[in-house]
Write a protein that binds this ligand. Structure first.
Ligand code: GLN
Length: 497
């Protein structure tokens, strides 16, 4: 029912992905961007909350002319309209709709009904249904179980949807006999049951699907006219990417110091970006997750934390909200400065760098007003515009903004260009009142908004690698096109080994 993912707790749902046009979405959309190397618009994320809000707004406007508003046709029409709108955004050949959840969920029923209607309206040759199921392996019995697949397919058919293809997710590969059995019981063509066992890396999955001939099946079913075996758009380049992601030696170790470390999904785009960068540098990425929730007043805890930091080739401080864990991030920044360890700060990570730099200059309780409203040195503060805002949802500085890089900085050298666009998700900013004082002590501003009003990137010139950015570069890294800041950082960490 959530309208977007912006107000969801990263602990339960993982990272909030941000599109270029400022939508806060589910992290799955990030995978689609990375795999397809495209920038998807916010309307690619359809939620029950959005559908209902739109219908209710229309009802309040009197758009339904006195009709009784119902799930069918009003909600289902709205879903179809939203799906069609995504198709109209660009020159797409195919729209892939991933319906989350499980068949039988109360929440997904209107969506299944809308997609069933869509097939009738768009024509049988233009809509294909792929059902993804889990095939558990029972150790005790030593066999795979097909019943869950049979059962969910039956459930789907009771909603009027006959799958054209079934993708079997399993831990190990399943046999051809088992596929044939499922084809028989689920009324699907025998070659349309494909298997994707657990892969070493998620990037291998397209190759697995290709081996299962899934691409050809799709092309035949919706008449795309592609001969995948002889098509010029082969997966050769993709195979090279997968190979470079499998490098085992040498290893570069990066520590992510954040407060949501118990759930790796909370930093999924950062994790992927680090892997892309390591592949580019020619190393294996070893990520260590360090909780920044340390009591630095407690000597034992501080010692343990410092020992963990000393094992790292580079430190990455990710974004975050709220005070918990901030002191640990500041401690990590201090450690990196003292020990010349490459450090990359993203969003709250960048803000932590600024705060710690100010404290080291003698502004003892420098802070962000997010954590201490009465600090004497509010080096990070709310923008005037943000001060008026009371509502939480969708009110941050969100989406892609232009940024101008300053000549002679390491940041500009990493990007190799002056004008960049990066995605944001924050309320607080570097406070311009402290700009002069901080720069006079050596904190270099390496990127600003084109009008030079907002500070977007800071760096330290006399440190091996100390860059903090207010935006989230991790949303733009691709396996075939690693992000320049991540590549530069991982290279520096590698050189620091
Ligand atoms: N809490 C900080 C802000 O709102 C940083 C946000 C983030 O790291 N995404 O500005």
């Amino acid at each position: 029912m959530n309208w977007d993912s912006g107000t969801l707790n990263p602990y339960q749902h993982g990272e909030v992905f941000v599109t270029y046009d400022g939508m806060e979405t589910d992290l799955d959309l990030g995978h689609y961007e990375r795999f397809l190397d495209v920038e998807l618009p916010g309307i690619s994320n359809i939620t029950t909350g959005k559908v209902y809000q739109s219908v209710i707004t229309k009802e309040r406007n009197g758009d339904f002319l006195g009709a009784c508003v119902q799930i069918i046709p009003h909600i289902t029409d709205e879903i179809k309209q939203m799906v069609r709108e995504t198709a109209s955004k660009d020159d797409y050949d195919v729209v892939l709709v991933e319906l989350g959840g499980t068949v039988g969920d109360i929440e997904s029923q209107p969506f299944l009904e809308a997609l069933r209607q869509l097939r009738n309206e768009e024509g049988i040759d233009n809509v294909m249904f792929v059902h993804v199921t889990f095939v558990p392996y029972l150790n005790a019995a030593g066999e795979f179980k097909t019943k869950p697949t049979q059962h969910s397919t039956k459930e789907l058919r009771s909603m009027g949807i006959n799958p054209d293809m079934i993708v079997l997710r399993s831990q190990e590969p399943v046999s051809d006999d088992l596929k044939a059995k499922i084809a028989h019981f689920c009324d699907v063509a025998p070659n349309a049951v494909v298997n994707t066992p657990d892969a070493q890396s998620i990037y291998e999955v397209p190759l697995v699907l290709d081996r299962e001939n899934a691409g050809q099946l799709v092309s035949d079913r919706i008449k795309l006219g592609i001969d995948t075996a002889n098509d010029e758009n082969t997966l050769n380049e993709w195979e090279k990417i997968v190979k470079s992601l499998k490098i085992q030696d040498p290893v570069v170790t990066i520590g992510i110091v954040g407060k949501y470390v118990e759930l790796e999904d909370a930093y999924i785009s950062i994790r992927e970006s680090l892997h892309h960068a390591a592949a580019k540098v020619g190393a294996k990425m070893n990520i260590k997750y360090l909780s920044s929730d340390v009591d630095i007043e407690n000597n034992e805890e501080l010692k343990e934390f410092t020992e963990k930091l000393s094992d790292l080739d580079g430190i990455l401080i990710p974004g975050g909200f709220g005070e918990r864990g901030v002191e640990g991030k500041l401690q990590a920044v201090d450690y990196a400065i003292e020990n010349n360890v490459p450090i990359f700060g993203i969003c709250l990570g960048m803000q932590s760098m600024v705060i710690q730099f100010a404290r080291r200059m003698g502004m003892n309780d420098a802070n962000s007003t997010e954590f201490d409203k009465d600090t004497k040195y509010p080096v990070i503060d709310l923008m005037e515009k943000q001060k008026q805002i009371k509502k939480m949802g969708g009110t941050m500085r969100l989406g892609a903004y232009d940024c101008t890089l300053i000549d002679g900085t390491k940041t500009k050298e990493a990007y190799g260009t002056s004008n960049i666009q990066e995605r944001h998700r924050h309320r607080f900013e570097y406070n311009n009142d402290f700009r002069e004082e901080l720069t006079s002590h050596g904190l270099v501003i390496s990127g600003t908004t084109p009008d030079n009003f907002l500070v977007e990137i800071v760096e330290l010139p006399d440190h091996p690698w100390f860059i903090g950015c207010q935006f989230h570069p991790e949303f733009k890294s691709r396996p075939n096109n690693a992000h320049p800041l991540f590549v530069s950082f991982v290279q520096a960490a590698f050189d620091n080994k």
